[in-house]
Design a protein. Structure first.
Length: 208
């Protein structure tokens, strides 16, 4: 029997390689405000766009005084135009198909309104019992709110859950929520490190 009662996934960097899509989205906002684009080689700024919730991204890219205006404009930008730039992680769909038959699955992401469209576009919505985004909590990751809410909606205690993430925000949120953390394709000092989705079958289900 699995030691975990449910599995929670981060979205960006775990379910999808989405850096190109995220930069295209935030650069659309940058362009609107007459600011230069964030380039992939600008490591810290690009990482921010990939991991943080939009209010924090806009605060650091545009300044606190323009956050509300940026959020208002961003709400008019249809994220669906950027979804084709997102690439599912190898083996992700196949692993979800197996896990979802035996355990409830959830998503906890600093994304906002784009998450339902993404799951629909890639035909993944039926795999996830719970989807929690930055719109559902007062504080996004690295605060624990999102994982605490996911645990409540899943009906399990935090210590019974496994959260898979790829950033320090994910790691810190898991620690604060009391949820077991597995790092994906990133060395974050986690007790569990995953390099591919198929490893989850062995970890969660005891399969080789």
């Amino acid at each position: 029997m699995s030691r975990f009662r449910a599995v929670i996934y981060d979205c960006d960097g775990v379910l999808f390689e989405s850096r190109q899509a995220n930069l295209a989205y935030y650069n659309r906002v940058q362009q609107h405000f007459g600011e230069p684009p964030v380039l992939p080689e600008q490591t810290e700024r690009a990482h921010l766009c990939h991991t943080a919730a939009s209010p924090r991204v806009f605060e650091l890219l545009l300044g606190p005084e323009r956050v509300e205006a940026a959020l208002s404009f961003a709400a008019t930008v249809d994220y669906r135009q950027f979804i084709p730039y997102m690439n599912p992680e190898p083996g992700m769909v196949e692993t979800l198909a197996v896990l979802a038959r035996v355990l409830p699955l959830a998503v906890a992401t600093n994304r906002g309104v784009s998450m339902p469209e993404i799951l629909s576009h890639f035909n993944l919505a039926n795999y996830f019992k719970v989807v929690v985004t930055s719109r559902d909590v007062a504080r996004p990751k690295p605060y624990p709110d999102m994982l605490v809410l996911a645990a409540e909606q899943l009906g399990h205690a935090p210590e019974e859950l496994l959260f898979i993430g790829d950033s320090e925000l994910d790691r810190d949120a898991a620690a604060a929520a009391g949820v077991c953390f597995a790092s994906y394709k990133n060395s974050l000092g986690a007790d569990i490190e995953l390099h591919e989705h198929a490893q989850l079958l062995g970890l969660v289900l005891g399969q080789d």
